[in-house]
Design a protein around this ligand. Structure first.
Ligand SMILES: CC(C)(C)NC(=O)Nc1ccc2nccnc2c1
Length: 328
């Protein structure tokens, strides 16, 4: 039967520990299945990345997936998916993740058409905190989209977690960074100017969150093929051309629209940073933040201390990075 032969071609040590059941998601680089940890009957998600799907760039695929694993093991935040286990065979990777029973934000938006503004704000705040943590740890996600945002339950009020780090880029210490730290006596001007414009910056994640917020609030994407502009999606994006369709946006606050406008700015230097977005009037909502902190850091029984430790750790990580910057 389907499940039996499915179970058969898994690595033995994996099969001994987990029982795979049904498919619950499909990503660009593999699929996600529901599984049970045999010892505890706990439900988990198993993401399989098959190496053979990248015949041409096998090398980079391996490096990407290995980089993803290295990234996944390092991060620890309530709104970033956690890796529970990892296996590999010569043709696949098996990443065991905590199960997010609410599925993808993408499907939630599709089923609800538009997400109620206060709920969209709760989700958006959690995404900002998650991406703030990534940036404070020198990680740029680079592929934020509703398919990569998962919900912890079927309830509206729930924790969201960002997944899919295979496009993340850990900012390695580059020769350029070392150059920019030394005395610039003999440095040509373009080393400073070209340096700043080249490569990705964390602003790309802010743009993507602006698109995700737009989709949650309005139920349609700002940049899409049949927009009434006659422009390609690429041109709509590079020119920052999108429409607030009145029938969809009339019931939505001006503050919410303002956040979207300031994130969907073509000039990355003019765009809101994650920090600035967290301080925008729309997010100055104590009730929402209290709810968010409560579901992100549940204080039930023993793990209250653990939650405090996690919080303290997150802030020390931030402080240590600031200290580093001060030193330079
Ligand atoms: C709720 C339902 C419809 C069964 N979907 C679901 O659990 N989807 C997913 C999809 C991808 C996941 N990736 C990691 C963790 N949980 C996940 C859950």
């Amino acid at each position: 039967d389907l499940m039996a032969d499915e179970q058969s071609n898994l690595p033995k040590e994996f099969s001994e520990k987990y029982l795979i059941t049904k498919k619950i998601g499909a990503g660009v680089c593999g699929e996600v299945k529901l599984a049970f940890e045999r010892a505890t009957c706990k439900k988990v998600a198993v993401k399989t990345i098959n190496k053979k799907d990248f015949p041409a760039s096998l090398g980079t695929a391996t490096r990407n997936a290995e980089r993803e694993i290295q990234i996944l093991k390092k991060i620890d935040h309530p709104c970033l998916i956690k890796t529970e286990d990892f296996f590999q065979t010569d043709d696949s990777y098996y990443i065991v993740l905590e199960l997010m029973e609410g599925g993808e934000l993408f499907d939630r938006v599709k089923s609800k058409n538009q997400i109620e503004e206060s709920i969209a704000k709760l989700y958006f705040y959690q995404m900002l905190k998650a991406v703030e943590y990534l940036h404070n740890n020198g990680i740029i996600h680079r592929d934020l989209k509703p398919e990569n945002v998962l919900l912890s339950s079927q309830d509206d009020i729930c924790v969201i977690k960002i997944t899919d780090f295979n496009q993340s880029k850990i900012l390695e210490e580059s020769a350029l960074m070392r150059t920019l730290c030394g005395t610039p006596t003999y440095l040509a001007p373009e080393v400073f100017t070209d340096a700043v414009t080249v490569g990705y910056s964390s602003a790309v994640d802010a743009w993507s969150l602006g698109v995700v917020l737009f989709v949650c609030l309005a139920g349609y994407p700002p940049f899409h093929p049949n927009a009434q502009t006659g422009l390609s999606v690429r041109d709509q994006i590079t020119q920052g051309i999108y429409t607030f369709i009145p029938s969809k946006w009339d019931g939505i606050s001006d503050d919410a629209k303002d956040v979207v406008k300031r994130l969907l700015l073509v000039d990355p230097n003019a765009r809101l940073t994650i920090e600035e977005a967290l301080h925008h009037p729309w997010l100055m909502d104590e009730a929402m933040k209290e709810t968010a902190e409560c579901i992100m850091y549940p204080r039930d029984s023993g793990d209250a201390a653990e939650a405090d430790a996690a919080e303290a750790d997150a802030s020390t990580t931030k402080r240590s990075r600031e200290d580093d910057d001060d030193e330079q």
